[in-house]
Design a binder for this molecule. Structure first.
Ligand SMILES: *Cc1c(COP(=O)(O)O)cnc(C)c1O
Length: 390
């Protein structure tokens, strides 16, 4: 019996992937030169399909790196000289913050408790105050962030160069409303904005024109094996990297933005890349475009509703994220307490593999991927087994 992977990455492979891999072997993709025409065609087609699927502006750059984690380092290195500001509400947003610290930047953060988001709407008012708009607060209040509690945490400092968001915090199942992230950028047009969308692209519907760096990796919603990261970079972010380079600030070597751009313009990469991965991503993009982005989003919402409805009406178990506006449709996290181990074991005997909780919740929570590779039927089967757990 083959397993079905509801794990949050790597996860269930896209149903067509096996066929694509067979074709790749037949076409001897593994021996293809990364400096030849055939590769350049794969590269340009992948870029074009990504831009089409996600409505990415024409003048934005698409760079290929090795992972989401690499993209975090490239983000800080290429556009931050000294100051970054981070919205931290879990392990992945914290990782980006830590990366900035490790690279010697002066990084500051505002934190929300695990399982919660930020009240970005109230923050815009506070933020506007800094810019002298009448009647607005001048402090970023955590109360505003967590629903009216205490004021703590720094305001977005004037000297911040980059604002960092994690759109979907995979460790806790919190998704931030992308329209509100856009509003923050509107109030800070002078600052660059980076969004980790590793576990929300292509479901996440953002207006790329306000974002400067968006990154993701392919083992989450694209249903591919791990090992390829994608960065979407604005012309402004590229300019910043060039400016820092000229100033003598280290922006890294083979994967700095100017070098990546130099090769991307030739439909190539600086290094010998994982050609097989790019080939497969191109094929999966073709499949996703055929399904249609609206349908993908709608199906994701429908499946998420089934899962949240189940946990909301369960006698013992609960969805971890209480506030509905912050509930991630792509990563559903539930508190199952002491049932966790036995529950996961029981599901495993039916070939269903769930994710454990993250960090402090690793023994009391389950995490369920609701990715496009998992059908409504898969989710219904899972719910039925959860329902029958004894
Ligand atoms: C998985 C994940 C990452 C790390 O990506 P890798 O490709 O594993 O390096 C970063 N951010 C988020 C939100 C993730 O879910």
């Amino acid at each position: 019996m083959k397993n079905t992977y509801f794990t949050v990455g790597p996860s269930q492979l896209f149903p067509t992937l096996e066929q694509h891999i067979h074709e790749a072997i037949e076409q001897q993709i593994g021996s293809m030169s990364h400096r030849g025409k055939a590769f350049e065609n794969i590269f340009s087609s992948t870029v074009l399909q990504l831009k089409t699927l996600l409505s990415i502006p024409e003048d934005y750059f698409i760079f290929f790196v090795s992972s989401g984690t690499e993209a975090m380092e490239r983000t800080i290195e290429n556009v931050v000289e000294k100051e970054s500001f981070h919205f931290v509400n879990g392990a992945f947003s914290q990782r980006l913050f830590d990366t900035a610290i490790e690279l010697g930047k002066h990084a500051q953060k505002i934190e929300a408790p695990l399982g919660e988001g930020f009240d970005l709407t109230s923050m815009q008012k506070g933020v506007a105050g800094e810019e002298g708009l009448p009647g607005a607060r001048t402090e970023l209040r955590e109360g505003a962030l967590t629903g009216g509690k205490r004021p703590t945490g720094p305001r977005i400092p004037q000297e911040t160069e980059l604002l960092c968001f994690t759109h979907n915090e995979t460790s806790t199942g919190v998704m931030l409303p992308s329209k509100e992230i856009a509003m923050i950028k509107k109030h800070h047009p002078d600052k660059l904005i980076a969004i980790d969308m590793v576990s929300s692209v292509p479901y996440g519907n953002i207006d790329f024109s306000f974002a400067d760096i968006v990154f993701f990796s392919v083992q989450k919603l694209f249903g591919l094996p791990a090992g390829l990261g994608v960065m979407v970079v604005s012309p402004q972010a590229l300019e910043k990297a060039k400016y820092l380079q000229k100033k003598g600030v280290s922006i890294g070597s083979y994967h700095n933005f100017p070098t990546l751009k130099f090769y991307a313009e030739k439909n190539q990469t600086p290094e010998t890349p994982s050609v097989l991965h790019l080939y497969l991503l191109n094929k999966i993009l073709e499949d996703l475009l055929a399904i249609g982005i609206n349908r993908i989003r709608k199906q994701t919402d429908e499946k998420a509703t089934l899962l949240y409805d189940f946990f909301d009406t369960h006698q013992k178990w609960n969805a971890f994220v209480k506030e509905k506006t912050f509930r991630s449709p792509t990563v559903i996290v539930a508190d199952v307490g002491e049932d966790q181990t036995a529950l996961m074991e029981q599901l495993k005997t039916h070939g269903m593999i769930l994710g454990k909780g993250y960090g402090t919740y690793k023994d009391t929570q389950i995490r369920i991927a609701n990715f496009p590779s998992l059908s409504k039927k898969d989710i219904e089967n899972l719910i039925s087994l959860l329902h029958n757990y004894t």
